[in-house]
Design a protein around this ligand. Structure first.
Ligand SMILES: *Cc1c(COP(=O)(O)O)cnc(C)c1O
Length: 368
C-alpha cells in the first residue's frame, strides 16, 4: 500500500466484506441483515459503502435522517432504506423517494398516514418502533390499541416491520435488563400481529445484540459498527477488521530550543532541544481538541509521537524528538493496528464518535 502523501481516510472494502461475512456466519440462514449506513456510513462514505453492501447482498439499509436516504437514492441505491428518525416535514419526500419511515409516536403515525392518503398510496411500507426501555424513541406497549385503531381503516399503510432497540446490548452486567427488553418486545409483537391480523418482520438487535443475544435475531438484525470493524468487546474485535484508516503526512519539521513554546496560547513549552513535526489535520478534520496537550498521539515510522500544545483547526504539532523521520513521511492517526477504539479511549469516547467525526473535507480512498 502506498504511503499517504496528504490527509486521507482509506476505506478497506475487503475488510468490510470480511466483517459482513462474519456477521452473516452468526445468523440463521433466513435472518435478514440490515446494514446501518447513517452518518456517512459511520464516517466512511455512505454511497460507496451502501453500493458495496448492496453488492454483498444486504437485505436492507438504514439511515437516521431523510436527507441521508435521499442522498443514497441519488447515488442509485435501490435496496429498501429504513429512515430511523424522520420528521413530518420529510414525509412527502420519503414517499417520493421510496424511503421507508420508522413511525415512533402517535403524532408521527397520524401525520404519515395523512400524507400517504393525500398521495393516494396503497400499502405503503412503514416500520413501527417500540420503546422497550431505552426511553429514546418509540411507542409504548399500551399504544398498541391506538396503533391498530389508526391502521385498521388505513389501506394506504402496511406495517412491514415492528422493531425496538436495546439499551445496553454490549454490557453483560445488564443481561437481565436486556432479556426483559427482548421478552417485552415479543409480547408486543404477538399482540400487534393478532390485532392487526397479519404478519410483519420483527427486529431488535444491533451489532452487540447479534454478538451477545443471537437467540433474539427474529426476522432481521440491524448492524452498524460491526460492519465497520468494531465489536465493542476485545473478544469480538479479534474477529472483525477495522475498515477505516486515517493517515496523513509530515508537512514540516522544526528544531526548537529549550523553553520555546509551540502552537496557540503557547500551550506547550519545550523541555530541552526538541524536534517537532507539523501535520495537516486538525479539529476541523475530526481531531478533537481533547487530543491536544499530550492526550493523544500519532504513529510515525512505528513510533508514538504525542500531540503537543493545542489542536489547531487545520493542523497538529507532534513531538518527534528521538524519532527517525523526515518531511513527507507518513503519519498514522488510526488504522487496523492502532485502532479508532484505542484512540477514542484516550479522550473518554467510543469508536463510533471518533469514526463519525472525520469530516467531509478529508479525502476518501477505497481499497478493494
Ligand atoms: C445506529 C443504530 C443501529 C446500529 O447500531 P450498531 O451498534 O452500530 O450496530 C441499530 N439500530 C438503531 C435503531 C440505531 O439507531
Amino acid at each position: 500500500m502506498a504511503a499517504a502523501q496528504e490527509t486521507v481516510l482509506q476505506i478497506d472494502l475487503n475488510a468490510m466484506a470480511h466483517n459482513y461475512r462474519f456477521i452473516r456466519s452468526l445468523l440463521k440462514p433466513e435472518t435478514k441483515l440490515l446494514a446501518v449506513v447513517k452518518a456517512f456510513g459511520y464516517g466512511s462514505d455512505a454511497a460507496e459503502v451502501a453500493k458495496f453492501l448492496e453488492e454483498l447482498g444486504a437485505d436492507y439499509l438504514a439511515v437516521a435522517y431523510t436527507n441521508e436516504g435521499v442522498a443514497l437514492r441519488n447515488a442509485g441505491i435501490e435496496t429498501p432504506i429504513l429512515v430511523l428518525h424522520p420528521q413530518p416535514i420529510n414525509f412527502k419526500e420519503i414517499i417520493d423517494r421510496c424511503l421507508e419511515p420508522s413511525l415512533y409516536s402517535p403524532r408521527i403515525l397520524r401525520a404519515f398516514a395523512k400524507v400517504a392518503k393525500d398521495q393516494n398510496q396503497k400499502n405503503y411500507p412503514v416500520h413501527i418502533k417500540f420503546n422497550t426501555g431505552l426511553n429514546r424513541l418509540g411507542f409504548w406497549e399500551n399504544d398498541v390499541d391506538f396503533i391498530v385503531e389508526v391502521l385498521k381503516p388505513a389501506p394506504e399503510l402496511k406495517v412491514k416491520s415492528i422493531f425496538s432497540h436495546l439499551a445496553a446490548s454490549e454490557d453483560e452486567n445488564e443481561r437481565e435488563f436486556t432479556l426483559g427488553q427482548i421478552s417485552n418486545f415479543k409480547k408486543i409483537a404477538s399482540e400487534i400481529k393478532s390485532k392487526l391480523g397479519y404478519e410483519m418482520m420483527m427486529h431488535q438487535l444491533n451489532s452487540s445484540g447479534v454478538l451477545n443475544y443471537p437467540e433474539a435475531q427474529f426476522d432481521m438484525v440491524r448492524c452498524g459498527i460491526s460492519l465497520y470493524g468494531y465489536g465493542n468487546d476485545p473478544k469480538f474485535n479479534k474477529e472483525l477488521k477495522p475498515v477505516a484508516s486515517l493517515r496523513s503526512v509530515i508537512s514540516q519539521i522544526h528544531m526548537i530550543e529549550p523553553n520555546e513554546t509551540v502552537g496557540y496560547n503557547r500551550a506547550y513549552v519545550s523541555k530541552g532541544y526538541e524536534k517537532t513535526a507539523t501535520i495537516p489535520i486538525g479539529h476541523a478534520d475530526g481531531i478533537s481538541r481533547n487530543f491536544g496537550n499530550e492526550k493523544g498521539f500519532v504513529i510515525i515510522n512505528n513510533q508514538k509521537a504525542s500531540i503537543i500544545g493545542n489542536v489547531c483547526m487545520d493542523m497538529i504539532m507532534v513531538n518527534i524528538s528521538g524519532i527517525d523521520c523526515k518531511e513527507g513521511d507518513e503519519v498514522i492517526i488510526f488504522d487496523k493496528d492502532h485502532t479508532a477504539e484505542d484512540a477514542a479511549n484516550l479522550i473518554g469516547t467510543i469508536s463510533y464518535e471518533l469514526l463519525t467525526m472525520v469530516s467531509q473535507r478529508v479525502k476518501r480512498t477505497f481499497l478493494r
